[in-house]
Design a protein around this ligand. Structure first.
Ligand code: CTP
Ligand code: MN
Ligand code: MN
Ligand code: MN
Length: 378
């Protein structure tokens, strides 16, 4: 190497599960721009284009160097003409006309705002937009708009749950959940998953995700309802700890083959919570309408409870990132004739389910090099 070229010496795979992606992003200006376009196509319900921009962004995130000109990207996968044109514009002039136009588009801005509320997805946001609503006060004042319980909590705790959760807060929550788990069953298994399992350098996440199970077969669902009961009873300074709780019972059925849908929800018992965390002050103080003069904050918490023999699949599936998961499944299907989801791995050639007790077992079945959780930030 003569040191004059910044192009990669090793080939970069089209699959995120064959790349190592930490939270250090050397191409943030480019990936932020591509993700704006991905999101706008998601709102427009054009999934193909959305995915193309997400894949392009994900490839750039994995690079240990900064792209300085389009020539640097020669040989990189997943960079289509559209993505390249956007990148070229940014590299030359500092911004992209299409991205700026999207960011100032009223519909994009409104859907972005509405979907930032817990419980409001693209469908509801679109419906409100078509009804002429443009702001939260429009929504809250509109006659005939019914907010479900989740959306009501989403508006009530909007300031807190749209504010990042720090590592210290995640740790405090871990202790709180751990205490509830121990009180229900001493032999329970509790593990941090989701973003906080992937972040090393990064300090913040948007919620805290846990897997909880027990070695006693069939007891995992009781365990989860037990934990919820325990948290409901726990009272801190006159207030309950649980500000919101949606429990989904298990619909898990071992006979089913893995789903072909990438984004399909898994069938394990799970709950989506908003928890009151005492002393949750972060540096810089509390922001938002709820913030002032309190010693607590609301935090979003997800708990999922698979049976112990599904633990490795659930852990791998819930650790993310979403792009990493999508590509694991795509790789399994396209390169190995296998079907992977949060419950199982099925070999279509051998016509059999492959057992796994660790994530490493699953990577090995797929013939993939093991990728550490903090390298899965694709
Ligand atoms: N997930 C899933 N099924 C769900 C919800 C989540 O399989 N019903 C998986 C997703 O693959 C995701 C992970 O669980 O990667 C965690 O989801 P989420 O908390 O939304 O995202 P994070 O990756 O944790 O990022 P953040 O810090 O924003 O929470
Ligand atoms: Mn998360
Ligand atoms: Mn998220
Ligand atoms: Mn989550």
């Amino acid at each position: 190497p003569d040191g004059t070229s910044s192009t990669p010496l090793l080939t970069v795979s089209q699959y995120a599960c064959k790349r190592r992606t930490t939270t250090v992003n050397n191409n943030k200006i480019l990936t932020d721009a591509l993700e704006v376009l991905a999101e706008s196509y998601e709102f427009k319900e054009i999934p193909g284009r959305c995915l193309a921009f997400r894949r392009a962004s994900s490839v750039l995130k994995s690079l240990p160097w900064a792209v300085r000109c389009l020539r640097d990207t020669e040989g990189l996968p997943c960079l289509g003409e559209h993505s390249k044109a956007v990148m070229e514009e940014i590299l030359q002039s500092g911004h992209s006309f299409e991205v700026e136009k999207t960011l100032s588009d009223e519909k994009y801005q409104t859907l972005k705002l509405f979907t930032s509320v817990f419980g409001v997805g693209p469908k509801t946001a679109e419906k409100w937009y078509r009804g002429g609503l443009r702001s939260f006060s429009d929504v809250l004042a509109a006659p005939g708009i019914h907010l479900n319980r989740m959306q009501q909590s989403g508006f009530l705790h909007y300031g807190d749950i749209s504010r990042a959760v720090s590592k210290a807060e995640a740790r405090a929550l871990g202790n709180l959940i751990d205490e509830a788990v121990r009180a229900v069953t001493p032999d329970a298994v509790l593990a941090l998953t989701g973003g906080f399992r992937r972040y090393r350098g990064k300090e913040f996440g948007h919620d805290v995700d846990f897997i909880v199970t027990t070695r006693e077969p069939g007891k995992e669902e009781k365990l989860l309802t037990g934990i919820i009961e325990r948290l409901k009873q726990q009272v801190s300074t006159l207030f309950g700890l649980l500000l919101y709780c949606e429990y989904n019972a298990s619909t898990f059925d071992m006979v089913k083959l893995p789903s072909h849908q990438f984004e399909a929800m898994d069938h394990f018992a799970k709950c989506f919570l908003i928890v009151r965390l005492e002393g949750g002050r972060v540096e810089g103080g509390l922001h938002g309408a709820e913030g002032d003069g309190r010693g607590w904050r609301a935090v979003r918490v997800d708990l999922v409870s698979p049976p112990m023999d599904r633990y490795a699949f659930a852990l791998l599936g819930w650790t993310g990132s979403r792009q990493f998961e999508r590509d694991l499944r795509r790789f399994a299907r396209a390169e190995r004739r296998m079907l992977l989801d949060n419950h199982t791995l099925y070999d279509k050639t051998k016509k059999e389910f492959l057992a796994a007790t660790t994530e490493k077992d699953i990577f090995a079945h797929l013939g993939l090099e093991y990728i550490e959780p903090w390298q899965r930030n694709a």
